[in-house]
Design a protein around this ligand. Structure first.
Ligand code: TXA
Ligand code: MG
Length: 311
């Protein structure tokens, strides 16, 4: 449904009835279910084909609602004040009476909480009135969806409804910071690490990649297109499609540029849709030009490395 008042009302009703609703956030489209309804959460895992050990992010409308799920340390409160609503997820100790179904938390004592800024996500959360768990609205292991068309390409027939709010402005998933002990970056994402560190007043600890799946969605071969990816390419080889970045892109028969002017924010917004489009071209391999690592470049390079990982 096109995003309007009727769509929001229908979506909230659908969630209340245990249904699955895909909706836009500023990062990527999420596949929502009533966080308190274990059966709905089970259906959500089934629709995604997601390993059941992978815990979900609980989305709420504001800080007050977040405080009903989890305890915020002083650092967590600082980050929430600075970046909510927005593309930041905080992993927090859950309260004893946290209403989120155990299945959605994969049995952990912590809960990942996010207050999205997208007006449609905000309207849906306000109308629904409770927490909505929502992973990215793609089949497990596929590229995250940044449009309603992407959602349908992966999940048509497996979910109840999609609210079409156009393309997602940020385009990569939220940054995940664990605030269980010292603030630790579990997943680089839509808020640049430097901005988080400025608010904390010190450097973030970064989760060692080989440590237990702290953020289990960080599996090495996540975000995989069908084509192979060749990273840090200067030019495409015979038969390769090209994912370019910046003004000095070489010629190629099949090419898309993440940002012809070399802007990392624009590149993040285009990342998943360009990967999907090049994959759909049928090329067996995609040559990817170097993308700088500063700012949102950290999240972009992280997703590209995962998409390129052997599987
Ligand atoms: O931008 C986003 O975060 C999107 C939109 C829809 O909000 N959601 C998203 O969800 O990316 P998902 O399920 O694709 O990724 C959530 C990540 C996973 O890596 C999961 O393992 C991690 O969050 N996570 C969830 N709960 C956790 C917890 N208690 N401790 C550590 N990691 C957790
Ligand atoms: Mg995902």
């Amino acid at each position: 449904m096109t995003a309007d008042r009727d769509a929001i009302a229908a979506a909230a009703r659908c969630l209340k009835g245990g249904g699955l609703v895909a909706f836009p956030t500023e990062t990527v489209y999420g596949l929502g279910a009533d966080a308190a309804n274990g059966e709905a959460v089970a259906r959500l895992y089934a629709a995604k084909g997601r390993p059941a050990f992978n815990p979900l992010i609980a989305h709420v409308a504001n800080l007050e609602a977040a405080r009903k799920l989890a305890r915020l340390s002083a650092d967590a409160a600082k980050l929430a004040a600075a970046f909510w609503p927005g593309p930041l997820t905080l992993v927090l100790p859950k309260l004893p009476d946290c209403p989120v179904a155990d299945l959605a938390l994969a049995g952990l004592d912590s809960v990942a909480v996010r207050v999205p800024a997208h007006p449609i996500a905000q309207a849906l959360l306000a109308e629904f009135g409770g927490a909505v768990v929502a992973p990215s609205a793609n089949r497990s292991g596929h590229v995250s969806p940044t449009s309603a068309q992407h959602v349908l390409a992966d999940l048509r027939g497996r979910i109840d409804m999609v609210i079409d709010g156009g393309p997602c402005p940020v385009g990569v998933e939220s940054s995940i910071v664990s605030c269980l002990t010292e603030p630790t970056l579990l997943r680089p994402g839509g808020v640049a690490r430097g901005d988080i560190e400025r608010v904390l007043g010190h450097a973030l600890t970064v989760a060692a990649p080989d440590e237990a799946p702290l953020a289990p969605g960080m599996l090495r071969s996540h975000y995989a297109p069908k084509a192979r990816l060749r990273l840090d390419a200067d030019a495409p080889r015979q038969g390769e499609a090209l994912l370019a970045f910046g003004p000095n892109a070489p010629q190629a028969a099949t090419a898309l540029n993440l940002s012809p002017r070399g802007d990392l924010i624009e590149a993040a917004a285009n990342l998943f849709s360009h990967l999907r489009a090049l994959d759909a071209s049928g090329a067996a391999s995609i040559a990817v030009m170097k993308v700088p690592r500063e700012g949102l470049g950290e999240a972009i390079n992280d997703r590209l490395a995962r998409a390129a990982a052997p599987r």
